[in-house]
Design a protein around this ligand. Structure first.
Ligand SMILES: Nc1ncnc2c1ncn2[C@@H]1O[C@H](COP(=O)(O)OP(=O)(O)OP(=O)(O)O)[C@@H](O)[C@H]1O
Length: 487
């Protein structure tokens, strides 16, 4: 595994470029043309600046959010973590102004949205809450089509969008579009909740404990799906969670808050795990920071074993012969669409005449987007020490072993992150960029000195262009360069 594991693993995620309100897409992503589903160009993430924002409830003396300044790069996933009551939800809801800030400014992309009509703002910001927050008396299609209907879309366009979104969240449209929320599992409701939030194609998605109400296996799947969706859509996603492992898995950036939404650390998961700012963060991370680093690397980035493939109906003896020739001791049976259905040892096959066709529900299966942590979990639950890996559309990709995971841990220890971080503080200050502009270089220092102007204010801390962040996460992350100040 290479040093830029995280970059590879989180494709959109990490490869996305936090430039202004628009994101550039990697060529691999473009070739998939995913962001252009249904023939309509899709809107990518917008940057957000929470500037010197304070929230006092009921005129209380102690603010729930105290002079928070937080820069949220476009097209990336930012996780809010911190103890109960520290102000995560208040901060989140101030972004779409479901809660109005007492003081401060909110900038979405290049627009000051502090005072604009709140309903208009919320159309640009999808919102997902625990258990989906679906309206119980409405079908799945009506729930998803709610905002497009309010926006005056015609019926055909809404119906197409509903089907497209159901497909995006891996629900079969014919099966689910006419169901009511009570006829769905918790995980399915959550998927519909995500689909609904994305319906009007907002550049920003806010998520408040989105996977808090589902079991751990479903949660893992939903997290993987969110990463998949993000790799297609490149939205700016701000997500509150209580689960630090979830923050590590999903986040490009994690903001660790203490009471009053005081930022204790705002950085990449890698750097927070490697260098917690203080004891508070250490305690928050909990034990096993090394193991948590496994949440940073994905199955698709490690070397998989190719294994031996067999097909239902094939002669078992012939397959055993093939296994013998290749030096393996088992074969993965795949269906006619190359999806793994069973994993049979040589011994099992030697007791059969024909390779069977039924699906083994206990098959230890992980996706290429699963983290190494997830893979380890799956192996432990199955007591196999190995798991079968599936890729896009459930196709067989190979086998991952405990040894692969151990090697990955060694590689992760060698990781040295770069030095770019977006601004996050409670002094209300946006540090002036240290980068010299052309005008400065030619002796005219007025361009940036003093940082009186919004353009200068909007510059980010650190020299991002010279950052050698091996993750590539920080590459091109200059969210406030709409003015073209930074090249
Ligand atoms: N409507 C309200 N009126 C008065 N105080 C409130 C209100 N909503 C939240 N608070 C207070 O503001 C502080 C921050 O609450 P908030 O819900 O933002 O925290 P949180 O970090 O999201 O908590 P949790 O993790 O428990 O959901 C808390 O002290 C809370 O009691």
């Amino acid at each position: 595994m290479s040093e830029n594991t995280r970059n590879n693993t989180t494709s959109s995620h990490a490869a996305s470029q936090g430039v202004g309100t628009e994101q550039t897409t990697s060529s691999a992503d473009e070739s998939r043309n995913d962001a252009n589903r249904g023939g309509e160009a899709r809107q990518k993430g917008a940057s957000i600046l929470i500037e010197n924002v304070t929230k006092r409830y009921g005129g209380g003396k102690k603010p729930a959010v105290d002079q928070l300044t937080l820069e949220i790069p476009a097209g990336q996933i930012i996780m809010f973590v911190g103890p109960s009551g520290c102000g995560k939800t208040t901060t989140l809801k101030m972004i779409n102004r479901l809660i109005e800030p007492t003081e401060g400014r909110l900038i979405l992309g290049d627009e000051d949205v502090t005072k604009i009509n709140g309903d208009k703002l919320r159309r640009k910001i999808g919102y997902v809450i625990q258990a989906g927050g679906l309206l119980p008396h409405m079908t799945v299609a009506s729930n998803i089509g709610l905002v497009p209907k309010m926006l005056g879309w015609d019926k055909k366009r809404i119906a197409e969008r509903v089907d497209e979104l159901l497909d995006l969240v891996s629900l079969d449209a014919d099966t689910y579009r006419n169901r009511y929320p009570r006829e769905l599992s918790g995980g399915q409701q959550q998927r519909v909740g995500v689909a609904r939030a994305l319906a009007a194609d907002p550049p920003v998605l806010l998520m408040d404990e989105p996977f808090g109400a589902v079991d751990p296996i479903t949660r893992q799947r939903l997290q993987d799906e969110l990463i998949n969706i993000q790799s297609e859509l490149h939205k700016t996603i701000v997500c509150v969670t209580h689960d630090f492992d979830e923050a590590v898995k999903l986040g490009d950036w994690i903001a660790v808050f203490d009471e009053g939404a005081r930022i204790v650390q705002y950085d990449t998961p890698e750097r927070i795990l490697a260098n917690p700012a203080n004891e508070f963060v250490e305690n928050f991370i909990g034990s096993g920071a090394g193991l948590k680093q496994l949440g940073l690397a994905r199955v698709g980035d490690v070397d998989l074993i190719s294994g031996v493939l067999g097909h239902p109906g094939q002669s078992a003896r012939e397959l055993v012969g093939h296994i013998d020739k290749t030096g393996y001791n088992s074969a993965v049976i795949v269906d006619d669409r190359e999806r793994p259905i069973q994993w049979l040892s040589k011994e099992q096959l030697s007791r059969m005449t024909t390779v069977p066709s039924h699906l083994d529900k206990e098959l230890p299966l992980v996706g290429t987007r699963s983290t190494l942590n997830d893979a380890l979990d799956t192996m432990l639950v199955a007591s196999t020490g190995e798991a079968v890996v599936e890729g896009a559309r459930g196709r067989y990709r190979g086998i991952i072993t405990v040894e692969t995971v151990m090697n990955a841990i060694t590689e992760l220890r060698r990781y040295t992150p770069g030095d770019y971080t977006p601004v996050g503080n409670n002094t209300g200050e946006i540090p002036v960029t240290v980068q010299r502009t052309n005008s400065e270089a030619s002796g005219d220092a007025e361009g940036t000195a003093g940082a009186e102007s919004q353009d200068a204010d909007a510059s980010v801390a650190g020299d991002t262009t010279s950052s050698a962040d091996p993750t590539g996460r920080a590459a091109g992350r200059e969210p406030w360069n709409e003015s073209g100040d930074r090249s």
